[in-house]
Design a binder for this molecule. Structure first.
Ligand code: CP3
Length: 353
């Protein structure tokens, strides 16, 4: 719990201190838009190797740090990384995302899932996070992340990404008891994993409930929110000072509900005006995000104007500057560089009256 004046910028803002400018990082800041990443991918074509061989994962995590000095350095990994430790075998296919070889659809399969023992099944996470902390010191904040129960259940049940979520919705609406047991087991495992990441050096943890925006609000209240709360409550019990961020893709209809999750910071996507998001969330909820990742295809002037607009609307407290979702793979690297430079030079006081 370091003395706050020595704590890095993003961590201070995430804890609610007033800072001179919003800290900045980017979701998916390590990845395909960077030439250094594409080069390394040729040497290590398997995503699991890139994310589970500590030296490689450390190098990838640090590529954006070395190029742009963001205020946050996120662990290079994936939300499905802990699943093999529960007995759910998976792979991550080029251009497709996670593949679960034997999707979980029966009571017997749910019963056979293990408790997560991260020391045994995820030892590489400790090596990676410790090295990241060592490397960035107090110059940046190390972020860990986890998938949320609903989103991990969607992969586990569907077996892969989906457009319609037909298989998991079939289970949810015709045999909900099995799904609730799966969600409970996933929530407890995710809480264990988040605590482990914090113990290994993560200073902030973001939970991705990427597919919860596919649920109607009443179904979000049944299948997503209670399990987000279950994770955040368990993590807060042992690690009350670690800021927790929640992301839901397509969250405009459930923004107020996200604020009920126990997250300290709610990620806002570009379907909502930042001023409206602030008004809907209330003054005590911190916000992150809001810029359309497509903004980075625009001119430098355009990018700068959009950054300023978001900062003006977010105000001078509790804002982490970020895109509303991951940076797109064909984004020009120099525009990413410009985004970070502009963000790091701005002064909130000059923009917010
Ligand atoms: O933000 C970061 O820089 C950390 C890295 C990170 C990855 N996945 C690396 C990755 C993070 C935070 C994730 C989380 C993740 N993984 C989410 C939640 C975020 C979101 O997008 O809502 C989801 C839904 C997944 C599942 C997943 N893994 C998808 C949909 C894909 C993309 C498939 C594709 O190729 O477009 C993956 C693979 C993946 N995970 C890539 C990266 C950089 C791309 C594959 C590659 O680089 O070879």
């Amino acid at each position: 719990m370091g003395v706050s004046s020595t704590a890095p910028h993003l961590l201070r803002a995430a804890r609610g201190e007033i800072v001179d400018r919003p800290p900045v990082w980017m979701m998916r800041q390590a990845g395909r838009y960077m030439k250094a990443y594409r080069d390394l991918r040729e040497k290590y074509p398997s995503f699991r190797d890139r994310s589970e061989i500590p030296e490689v994962a450390i190098e990838v995590s640090l590529q954006p740090w070395k190029a742009f000095q963001p205020d946050g350095v996120i662990l290079f990994s994936d939300i499905v990384t802990p699943l093999p430790g529960l007995g759910i075998d998976m792979d991550i296919a080029e251009g497709k995302g996670p593949i679960i070889h034997s999707p979980i659809r029966t009571q017997a399969q749910v019963d056979s899932l293990h408790n997560l023992d991260p020391e045994a099944s995820l030892p590489f996470i400790k090596t990676i996070l410790q090295a990241l902390r060592q490397e960035v010191g107090n110059k940046s904040t190390v972020l860990g992340f986890v998938g949320a129960p609903w989103t991990l259940a969607a992969y586990a049940v569907e077996g892969k990404g989906s457009k319609t979520y037909s298989v998991i919705k079939n289970l949810a609406f015709s045999d909900p008891a099995i799904l609730h047991q799966l969600l409970t087991k996933l929530a407890d495992a995710i809480a264990v994993y988040a605590r482990y990441q914090i113990d290994c050096g993560a200073q902030v943890v973001q939970m991705f409930d990427s597919w919860a925006g596919q649920l109607s609000p009443q179904d979000y209240d049944t299948f997503a929110l209670p399990y987000q709360q279950r994770v955040f409550q368990q993590v807060k019990q042992t690690h009350p000072d670690t800021p927790l961020i929640l992301l839901v893709s397509g969250s405009a209809g459930v923004l107020e509900r996200m604020a009920q999750s126990g997250a300290d910071i709610v990620t806002v996507d570009w379907a909502v005006d930042m001023a409206d998001a602030r008004a809907r969330l209330g003054k005590h909820v911190k916000v992150q995000g809001n810029l359309d990742p497509g903004v980075l295809y625009g001119s430098k002037e355009f990018i700068r104007d959009r950054i300023y607009d978001t900062v003006r609307k977010a105000g001078n407290w509790g804002h982490i500057l970020n895109l509303g979702h991951g940076v797109l793979p064909d984004t020009p690297e120099e525009n990413v560089a410009f985004f970070f430079e502009t963000a790091k030079q701005l002064s909130t006081a000059a923009l917010v009256s």
